[in-house]
Write a protein that binds this ligand. Structure first.
Ligand SMILES: O=C[C@H](O)COP(=O)(O)O
Length: 214
């Protein structure tokens, strides 16, 4: 299972969490990665943790003030990027452009979406993965894999219908190993989570708990 930890803009220490991700990753068969803010990418990548961006824009080098260029995210040490998070919603054309920009920079892509219909649309754009996240469960501590298993199974089916090589993750409220196991039983290949690690008193213990049953 892939466990991707999004730090959002939480007031956490991104380097300390990245060190915990790197440490725990060496002691599990799961794949762990961390997505810090753009300004922290380089310092996080230097820890050796698998590092992801939280966003790239559908642009190339040029006159794009304030935008995030995929090549710069890769140069900072990231190997992948989130696209279209519920907290950073994009138009379909911009999602498509961001996937092409990430492909150009050899960044792996996870496109987030709110529901199975959006997952189908996102999967048709052929990212590496999609992540279904019901917005109302984000940050609640109530895991989508237990609170709304139908939405996860429907998202897996929607993605398979349009592209059988696009992985499906789920997110929102994931914080324990049981949540990750439940996500796998619903047909996903991983989880996207944030507060369960970024707001934990002991991020290493939180990560160890997430991968313990895997
Ligand atoms: O990107 C992560 C998701 O929005 C889930 O956040 P959460 O784990 O705090 O519910």
């Amino acid at each position: 299972m892939f466990v991707l930890v999004n730090l959002k803009t939480y007031p956490c220490d991104p380097v300390a969490i990245a060190e915990a991700v790197s440490d725990v990753n060496e002691r599990t068969d799961a794949r762990l990665a961390v997505a810090p803010q753009a300004a922290h990418l380089e310092r996080v990548a230097e820890t050796g943790a698998e590092t992801w961006g939280q966003h790239v824009d559908p642009i190339e080098h040029g006159s794009n003030t304030g935008h995030t260029l995929a090549e710069s995210v890769a140069d900072a040490g990231a190997v992948g990027t989130l696209i279209n998070h519920s907290e950073r919603r994009e138009k379909l054309a911009d999602i498509d452009g961001a996937i092409r920009a990430a492909d150009r920079a050899d960044l792996e892509t996870v496109v987030c979406a709110n529901n199975p219909a959006q997952i189908g649309a996102a999967a048709a754009l052929e990212p590496d993965a999609v992540a279904v996240e019901p917005p109302e469960l984000i940050g609640t501590g109530t895991p989508v894999s237990q609170a709304d298993p139908d939405i996860v199974e429907d998202a897996v089916a929607a993605a398979e219908t349009v592209a059988d090589d696009v992985s499906v993750l789920c997110g929102a409220g994931i914080s324990t190993g049981d949540d990750v196991v439940a996500a796998g039983e619903l047909g996903t290949e991983g989880v996207l989570l944030a507060s369960g690690v970024a707001k934990a008193d002991d991020p290493t213990a939180a990560l160890e708990d997430l991968v313990a049953p895997l």
